[in-house]
Design a protein around this ligand. Structure first.
Ligand SMILES: Nc1ncnc2c1ncn2[C@@H]1O[C@H](COP(=O)(O)OP(=O)(O)OP(=O)(O)O)[C@@H](O)[C@H]1O
Ligand SMILES: [Mg+2]
Length: 415
């Protein structure tokens, strides 16, 4: 909060006379005590005039500064107090767009915003400038969006409200409402639809191409027909699995905030996943190690969803880490340091994942090293689904990988 120098002002006003009088007394005293040689009276008078002039000028300057700060401080303490209790950043400017006050939230967000500086030193957005101009011109509240790209990309809705209680007491209050989260969700939704359409269109385009070929040039070519039908079948399967994944993802999202309620025996669950995977394991000529504790481990969860998690992880281990010859699925009771989590780990000893891809693997449609994975079927939704399910179970997901050594995915589930 700013303090007013009003009480000090009369002293400052009186100072030229005080300083002048003090100077005269000083010279008289010095002369009287004989510390200085009896001075030429002209010099004494000149000294007095000079000291008085300097003091007067200093006083005038401080007075002018006071007036300037008065113009800056054209708002009431009540306004300051009110803006202080707002949780959103609030910047108050005068009609020349000079910052006259900022509340603590604004100070925290824009630590370099100084009162007395033009607002443009802090915010230079053209839309905001336009909104301010318009607010001052029309005397009505304006709104605009503000995009601040650095250091952390932030989006604000700015409300620009002019206030004119009296001639020189007018100000404009700019309040910023952060809606970055919503902007991000919107963008993600947009990206998601674009990606999903693209992923569906690719096999569809290829299907249509084959249909045309079969109806036209290859109509009577038996060999080509059976080969093309094979490809068409696999493209349709790809579309179908993509749709399954999309539905699964949207179902999980719908239930994201509903706590699971049933008891799930994890030993049984893992055994069942292993059985389901047998054909794939055999086809890839792999060994599957299933490591289960003696005692039954149960948690409260959604059986089908947890099944999907382990199946997805094991599918990845077989698909991308199959070169290692072995895949391990393990259940560890009371795994975390505090002992209040059980862990499920899926480990492979294959090619591993380059470090830069690891943090992005759970993004929808992210497929790591696209070039290397082109030959392997996948939609890039598997780990996104895993992440959602684990979150719904209040669990933790971690992926550790080393190029050439393999990948280990760990899921911690609360007991
Ligand atoms: N065990 C692993 N070893 C190496 N790379 C992996 C492993 N698991 C996942 N990845 C990489 O992560 C990417 C994303 O995996 P995710 O399971 O989300 O999608 P996908 O397997 O491509 O498709 P989907 O699971 O929907 O069939 C994969 O494309 C692959 O590049
Ligand atoms: Mg996968």
């Amino acid at each position: 909060m700013k303090t007013r120098p009003a009480a000090v002002r009369p002293i400052v006003m009186a100072s030229p006379f005080l300083v002048g009088a003090a100077a005269i007394l000083l010279v008289m005293a010095l002369a009287a005590f004989g510390r200085v040689a009896p001075l030429d009276s002209g010099v004494v008078i000149l000294a007095i005039v000079a000291i008085t002039a300097i003091a007067t000028r200093a006083s005038r300057q401080s007075d002018a500064a006071d007036k300037a700060s008065d113009a800056l401080a054209g708002i009431d303490t009540a306004v300051e107090q009110f803006s202080d209790i707002l949780t959103e950043p609030c910047l108050i400017i005068n009609e020349r767009a000079v910052l006259i006050y900022r509340n603590p939230a604004a100070l925290k967000r824009f630590p370099r915003a100084k009162t007395g500086d033009p607002l443009a030193f802090t915010l230079r957005d053209p839309d905001l400038v336009e909104a301010i101009d318009k607010a001052i011109e029309t005397g009505t509240a304006q709104g605009t969006e503000l995009h601040i790209p650095v250091p952390n990309e932030t989006w604000y809705r700015a409300s620009v409200v002019p206030y004119r209680p009296g001639e020189d007491r007018s100000f404009v209050a700019i309040t910023l409402y952060d809606f970055t989260e919503q902007k991000r969700t919107d963008r993600m939704r947009g990206d998601f639809i674009a990606n999903a359409s693209h992923e569906l269109r690719t096999p569809l385009t290829s299907l249509m191409g084959f249909i045309d070929t079969l109806q036209g040039p290859a109509a009577k070519d038996e060999a080509a027909r059976s080969r093309f039908l094979g490809i068409m079948r696999s493209q349709s399967e790809r579309m179908s699995s993509l749709i399954d994944d999309l539905l699964s993802l949207s179902r999980i999202e719908l239930r994201q905030h509903v706590k699971p309620t049933t008891e799930v025996n994890l030993n049984l669950l893992l055994r069942e996943v292993a059985e389901t995977l047998e054909p794939k394991i055999e086809a890839a000529e792999l060994v599957l190690d299933l490591k289960l504790p003696e005692e039954p481990v149960t948690i409260i969860g959604d059986r089908q969803e947890l099944f999907e998690v382990v199946e997805n992880l094991a599918d990845n281990a077989i698909k991308y880490g199959g070169d290692g010859g072995r895949v391990e699925i393990a259940l560890i009771a009371s795994a975390s340091r505090s002992g209040d989590h059980h862990a499920i780990t899926v480990t492979d000893f294959g090619a591993g994942i380059a470090e830069e891809h690891v943090p992005r693997l759970t993004e929808r449609f992210y497929r790591g090293d696209a070039e290397a994975n082109r030959k392997k079927k996948g939609t890039g939704l598997g780990l996104a689904i895993v992440k959602h399910i684990v979150a719904r179970h209040h669990g933790l997901l971690s992926i550790r990988s080393k190029l050439g050594e393999g990948t280990r995915v760990e899921i911690l589930l609360p007991r």
